[in-house]
Design a protein around this ligand. Structure first.
Ligand code: FES
Length: 390
């Protein structure tokens, strides 16, 4: 793995003075050594095929190898890390620091699963498993990809770390600036967890890039990044936005017809090499930008809060016509299986037996399912007394 020239914790403020850049150049390079924890901002990084060195090389998993992330365990965003010559140090406000040394790892093969990709990773240490088990509140293990991840992604012809699906995520600073102009809240880059931030462009210029070169590395811009509920979690407090921001604002100008919300671009590196903060971004090839309908000027009718009764698998509780079914069930102590919390995985799919819900068309719903009464608890909102079963 490469030498890190300097590092700092990724500031939750995530702001950059983009005016000082007169051409596109890198303003931030960020890594997230353990999937879902706070990032570290670097002045330079070695780019590997599987992503930046040290990025998402660790992942918390349940005892069946299924990923455990901050989507369901928001407190993970409060875990910080620092790189050391022989490993990592991890900190969490209510715990002693965890010192992870590569030489202490058990390195037994463990089957794991990231968004349906089954592959072999490696066990780390009992101390690491215990440290994360305390924070998550259920038995989990910390896994390591090894120097080279075994996860081969046929679709993009490369191997990938524990990242969601692609080795790198790139966002322009001006995209965040535009979001902040439109949103009632001020958002930070840390909410979007990019690896590379580019300053000195028009907002969302990256949507129109196909191939770029930074320093000695050529990158292919593969597809827009679909954003999930994790963007609504405050990286400092681990609290979810009650107004569902920034997704609510993004849905008015960055949503496609199926309701997917996009911010930033997934990227793969075509060769290995060094990139540095301040490196120019050369656009080698452009492509047509995706078109998202702008509905921000549409009048939004505020609906009056109404008390309703919700029944989930026979358990009844009081709810309202404004929160998602999943949030309201959890507040009432009623369990519903969930995972991505953003309409992508289908884990929370239920059948509506009676009543009315507002169910947007999400990727996890197959054609015709809405008409059959299928709903996703994570993104449907009950509008009357409802009965649902899974
Ligand atoms: S939890 Fe994944 S679709 Fe609802």
């Amino acid at each position: 793995m490469s030498k890190i020239e300097s590092e700092q914790q990724l500031s939750p403020s995530g702001t950059v003075d983009s005016d000082k850049y007169t051409f596109p150049q890198i303003s931030q390079i960020n890594i997230y050594p353990v999937k879902s924890i706070t990032g570290i901002s670097l002045s330079s990084s070695w780019v590997e095929q599987q992503g930046l060195s040290f990025d998402r090389r660790f992942m918390v998993a349940d005892m069946n190898g299924k990923m455990v992330t901050a989507r369901d365990n928001n407190q993970m965003v409060r875990i910080k890390s620092a790189l050391q010559a022989n490993g990592l140090v991890l900190t969490y406000p209510e715990s002693d620091p965890l010192h992870l040394s590569f030489s202490d790892f058990m390195m037994e093969e463990v089957s794991c699963n990231v968004w349906g990709d089954e592959f072999q990773a490696y066990a780390t240490s009992e101390a690491a498993n215990a440290w994360f088990t305390y924070i998550i509140g259920k038995k989990v293990q910390l896994l390591f990809t090894g120097e080279q991840s075994n996860r081969q992604r046929e679709k993009i012809q490369t191997n990938v770390s524990f990242a969601d699906g692609y080795p790198l995520l790139l966002v322009s600073q001006s995209a965040l600036d535009e979001l902040n102009q439109r949103s009632p809240k001020t958002h930070t880059m840390a909410q979007f967890r990019p690896n590379i931030v580019v300053a000195g462009t028009k907002a969302f210029a990256e949507d129109g890039w196909k191939r770029i070169k930074i320093g000695e590395v050529e990158f292919e811009i593969v597809k827009p990044c679909a954003r999930c509920v994790l963007t609504t979690v405050n990286p400092e407090t681990a609290m979810r936005s009650e107004q569902n921001e920034p997704l609510k604002t993004l849905s008015t100008f960055r949503a496609d017809e199926s309701g997917g919300i996009f911010f930033g671009q997934n990227v793969i590196a075509k060769n290995e090499g060094m990139i540095r903060q301040g490196d120019k971004v050369m656009v080698l090839e452009s492509k047509a930008k995706e078109v998202y309908p702008d509905t921000s000027g549409d009048a939004i009718e505020e609906e009056t809060l109404k008390a309703i009764t919700i029944s989930v698998n026979g358990y009844m509780f009081d709810g309202d016509n404004q929160g998602t079914l999943l949030d309201q069930a959890e507040q009432a102590g009623v369990a519903i299986t969930s995972s991505c919390r953003s309409g992508l995985c289908g884990a929370c799919k239920m059948t509506l037996e009676s009543g009315k819900v507002d169910q947007p068309d999400m990727p996890a719903l197959f054609p015709g399912e809405i008409e059959e009464g299928k709903v996703l608890a994570c993104c449907c909102v009950p509008k009357s007394d409802v009965e649902l079963v899974d």
